[in-house]
Design a protein around this ligand. Structure first.
Ligand SMILES: Nc1ncnc2c1ncn2[C@@H]1O[C@H](COP(=O)(O)OP(=O)(O)OP(=O)(O)O)[C@@H](O)[C@H]1O
Ligand SMILES: [Mg+2]
Length: 274
C-alpha cells in the first residue's frame, strides 16, 4: 500500500519524514515558546495552498492579523487565499461575535463545530487543518488533555483532514501542559532551543511518526527574514560537545591548582626575602 505524504513546505524537513506527513494524520508540534512551532505551521499551510489543498488555521494565542503578518514576512499571501475562499483562519483570540470565523468560547465543542463549519464552507478536497495551539483548550483542566485530543482526532478524522496541532511546553521543565496529545497523535515533531556560545540556536527532532522510517537525529533549524524556516544538517556529536563539560572541569581544576602553587611560591619567595 502506497502512503500519500503531504509536503510540509519547510525546506529540508520532508526528508526527515520519508517525504512528508501521511494524509489523514494528526501530528503534534511541540516545544517551548519561540521555538518555531507557529512558523512551521505557517509553512505547512502555505504548502497546502500551493498544492490546491483547502486550509483551516485555528489560532488561539495570536490574532488572525498576526498570523497573516507573520506569513507575509516570508512572502506568503494568506490574505489573498482567504479572500479567494481557499483558506479560513479561525480567530479564537479576539472573539469578536460579529465575525463568523471567530470563536466566542475556547472549548473543544466549539472548536470541532467551527472546524466542520469551515470545512463545509471550503468544500470538497484534501484539507489541511492547523490548531495553534491545542493547549489553549485545556489550560484550566490539564487532566482533560488526553480525552479532548482523542475527541478531536475521532471526530475530525471523518472529514479528510491532515492535522497539525501545536502544544506548548513549559520553559522550566520542558514538560507539556497536560499530556494527552502526544499519545493520541500519529506523530510528534519536537522543537527545542538552546544557548550555544551565547547564541540562541533552534533544533528539531521527529520523536514519533507512525508508518514512517523517520530520522532519529536532532537537526538544526533556522528562521530567516524574508525566507522562513530552513532545516539544516543533523547536529554532529563533535568532540567539543562531548568533552566540553569534563574539559571545563579540568581547566577549572588546573586553574585552581596553578593558583594554589603560585600562591605557595609567592609565600615562599616572600618568606625567603624576609
Ligand atoms: N521575519 C523573521 N525573521 C527572522 N526570524 C523571525 C521572523 N519572524 C519570526 N522570527 C523568529 O521566530 C520566532 C517565533 O517563532 P514562533 O512564533 O513559530 O514560535 P512558537 O514556537 O510558535 O512560540 P509560542 O509557543 O510562543 O507561540 C521569533 O521569536 C523569531 O525568533
Ligand atoms: Mg506559536
Amino acid at each position: 500500500m502506497r502512503i500519500e505524504r503531504l509536503s510540509t513546505g519547510v525546506r529540508g524537513f520532508d526528508p526527515l519524514v520519508a517525504g512528508g506527513i501521511p494524509r489523514g494524520f494528526l501530528v503534534a508540534v511541540v516545544g517551548e515558546p519561540g521555538t518555531g512551532k507557529s512558523v512551521f505551521c505557517i509553512h505547512f499551510a502555505r504548502r497546502g495552498l500551493l498544492e490546491g489543498d483547502k486550509v483551516i488555521y485555528v489560532t488561539t494565542e495570536e490574532s488572525r492579523e498576526s498570523i497573516m503578518r507573520q506569513a507575509s514576512m516570508f512572502g506568503f499571501d494568506f490574505e489573498r487565499a482567504v479572500e479567494e475562499g481557499r483558506m479560513i483562519i479561525i480567530d479564537a483570540l479576539l472573539r469578536d461575535k460579529r465575525d463568523e470565523w471567530n470563536m466566542t468560547e475556547v472549548t473543544v465543542d466549539e472548536l470541532i463545530g467551527k472546524v466542520i463549519q469551515a470545512k463545509k464552507a471550503l468544500g470538497y478536497g484534501r484539507t489541511r487543518l492547523i490548531i495553534d495551539s491545542m493547549s489553549a483548550f485545556w489550560l484550566d483542566k490539564p487532566a482533560m488533555a488526553r480525552k479532548y485530543s482523542y475527541m478531536v482526532k475521532r471526530i475530525l478524522s471523518k472529514w479528510d483532514m491532515t492535522i497539525l496541532a501545536t502544544s506548548q511546553y513549559a520553559i522550566t521543565t520542558s514538560y507539556g501542559f497536560g499530556f494527552g496529545i502526544e499519545h493520541v497523535a500519529d506523530g510528534i515533531i519536537r522543537f527545542r532551543k538552546l544557548l550555544r556560545n551565547w547564541e540562541l540556536k533552534r533544533y528539531v527532532i521527529v520523536e514519533k511518526m507512525r508508518q514512517t522510517p523517520h530520522s532519529l537525529r536532532v537537526h538544526e533549524v533556522e528562521i530567516r527574514d524574508g525566507v522562513g524556516m530552513l532545516v539544516k544538517g543533523p547536529v554532529e556529536a563533535t568532540r567539543d560537545e562531548v568533552t566540553l563539560p569534563s574539559k571545563v572541569v579540568e581547566s577549572v581544576k588546573k586553574g585552581v591548582e596553578r593558583k594554589a602553587i603560585e600562591e605557595e611560591l609567592m609565600e615562599g619567595l616572600l618568606s625567603e626575602g624576609m
